[in-house]
Design a protein around this ligand. Structure first.
Ligand code: PNS
Length: 156
């Protein structure tokens, strides 16, 4: 049973994240989509709300998903607990490589776990949660970037 963990802040989940999660689900029998508290970030949506949205948007997508959260502690400890063989991350540009590579290396150094990088579909290459939040906060239309549930959540 090949198990992978796809971690992130998902503040909020975007069509780019959904694309990576569904593609990962073709490579792994089970994909844990893990909503992680990132101490370096000040999230707009609560951890519980983010988990609720991830569950809602993946409910009708093909793949065997487990959606959960990590409020504290190391990602690699979660991976050990669920017997994951790999981490999955999406890569849009070289900026993502610069950000993700040291995390992949430290996670491998800590526990031996490998990280699989999936190249973002160019259709989603410029979508980021931070841009989505900025456009939404300035009254722009974000419906091309995130599912309807997320559009609604960001209105409140
Ligand atoms: O979506 P993000 O915010 O870029 O995701 C980063 C995240 C949450 C995956 C990363 O910060 C993380 O793994 N946090 C968990 C704490 C941890 O294990 N840190 C050490 C290895 S990076």
């Amino acid at each position: 049973m090949a198990i992978a963990v796809y971690p992130g802040s998902f503040d909020p989940i975007t069509f780019g994240h959904i694309d990576i999660a569904t593609r990962a689900a073709k490579l792994f029998e089970t994909v844990h989509v893990l909503v992680v508290h990132n101490p370096g970030k000040n999230p707009k949506l609560s951890l519980d709300k983010r988990v609720e949205l991830v569950k809602a948007v993946l409910a009708n997508k093909p793949g065997n998903f487990v959606v959960s959260s990590l409020a504290s502690g190391l990602l690699v400890d979660y991976c050990k607990e669920v017997k994951a063989e790999a981490l999955v991350k999406g890569i849009r540009t070289n900026v993502d490589i610069d950000y993700e590579l040291p995390m992949a290396q430290v996670n491998r150094d800590l526990s031996g776990i490998e990280t699989v990088f999936l190249p973002a579909d160019p259709a989603h290459g410029f979508i980021s949660s931070s841009l989505v939040k900025q456009v939404a906060s300035l009254g722009g239309d974000i419906s091309k970037y995130v599912p309807a549930e997320v559009v609604e959540a960001l209105k409140n």
